[in-house]
Design a binder for this molecule. Structure first.
Ligand SMILES: NC(=O)NCCC(=O)O
Length: 383
């Protein structure tokens, strides 16, 4: 969209004197992380193919009894490639081609685990409340065309792929779910993790399409670390992050689709807070661009009907357990963020701050159990 800001980081770099900038980064983004040296060929490919490429290094202290547990993670944000009026399979294939290009560059950068944005194989059409043609984008998590495509990529690049799609579950009455498919670096489908919380805010009319997930808080032991997926709106629920972490997640991905007006001021806070509170890494990925739909839709707010959702502001970033974070990718362009992280930082931070050790889980569990009963009485003491 014309006039959209490229990124907060570019704005600060433009206006803050370079002497002060270091201090500004320290206060805003925590302990300084170093840029990651990426191959020239990757930078050249990114500029030729028109996407933002950034790389950062999250280091941990050396230990005597454990080797560094280094993993390279790639976060990919992208626009839809064809107008939403084009045939469904052509739109999907165009997105596959774009992702294949970006994953190729991720492979050159040595990425071990890559995650795409929420419902990456389709436009974010849930705002329209129309069923056709949008439900036709739904695919089997096990053997749909998008999963098969990702299996090929995973095998080719020896890369774990987190592929969030709209799932068609033909075993259970053709039910739709919002699902992340986890594909091992061998190319095998390891399993799937469904979105637990469905938004009922603004034009995010997702409850019209699919149900609250029933896969709980699964963690996948991949060849490169223990990962989990907290899809989009789940990031507003601290207990949702917490439960993935309780099951041992070292990296929690948050593939999202969210727009400026609604959530941009929350975006830098929630996933970063989750990384701090749960002694783990979090990876936030947002869709980018403005998507137009042929038929106007209203937002139930008395305002005029419109053809688009608003601007998806990208700004994908990584947060570390020690509170440091990477800059965000572009607000307006496709992008690949490569983060090298030493997973030893999770336990090192836990040993320092002890949030897991000092959490009063039995007390919370007992009180939460009571709070969810119909006869619950809030524990308020009055004079
Ligand atoms: N896709 C989705 O859950 N979006 C909800 C809006 C938000 O959480 O910012």
């Amino acid at each position: 969209m014309a006039g959209e800001l490229e990124s907060l980081e570019k704005l600060l770099e433009k206006h803050i004197p370079s002497d002060d900038l270091k201090e500004v980064w320290r206060l805003l983004y925590g302990k300084q992380i170093r840029p990651l040296n990426l191959p020239n060929s990757a930078s050249q490919a990114a500029s030729k193919e028109g996407f933002d490429l950034q790389g950062y290094l999250f280091e941990a202290a050396q230990e005597q009894t454990r080797r560094p547990r280094t993993v390279r993670v790639g976060l990919i944000q992208n626009k839809i490639q064809l107008p939403t009026t084009e045939p469904v399979t052509e739109q999907i294939s165009a997105l596959h081609r774009r992702i294949a290009e970006i994953v190729e560059v991720a492979a050159t950068c040595g990425v071990n685990i890559v995650c795409f944005q929420e419902a990456w194989s389709m436009p974010f059409a849930f705002c329209t409340r129309e069923k056709l043609p949008w439900t036709e984008f739904a695919e089997s998590a096990e053997d749909g065309m998008t999963t098969k495509f990702c299996q090929e990529l995973a095998k080719k690049h020896n890369m774990v792929i987190v592929s969030p799609i709209l799932e068609r579950d033909s075993v259970h009455g053709d039910t739709l779910w919002n699902t992340a498919v986890i594909i091992s670096n061998t190319g095998a489908v390891m399993g799937k993790s469904r979105k637990n919380h469905i938004p009922r805010v603004g034009d995010f009319n997702e409850s019209t399409y699919y149900m609250e997930g029933n896969t709980g808080h699964r963690v996948f032991q991949t060849a490169f670390g223990k990962i989990a997926v907290n899809i989009c709106y789940g990031r507003h629920h601290p207990l949702n992050w917490f439960m993935y972490s309780m099951n041992g997640a070292e990296i929690i991905f948050n593939p999202s689709a969210t727009i400026g007006e609604l959530s941009e001021s929350l975006w830098p806070i929630e996933a970063r807070n989750a990384a701090i509170a749960n002694h783990c890494f979090t990876c936030s990925i947002n869709r980018v661009g403005t998507e137009h739909f042929e038929n106007e839709f209203t937002s139930g707010d008395g305002k005029k009907a419109h053809h688009d959702f608003g601007h998806f502001y990208g700004s994908s970033y990584v947060s570390a357990p020690d509170g440091s974070r990477s800059p965000g990718l572009s607000r307006v362009r496709d992008g690949l963020l490569v983060a090298e992280m030493d997973l030893n930082l999770c336990r090192q931070t836990s040993d320092k701050w002890n949030f897991k050790m000092t959490g009063r889980y039995e007390m919370y569990a007992e009180e939460l159990t009571k709070a969810t009963q119909p006869d619950f009485k809030p524990n308020i003491i009055r004079e």
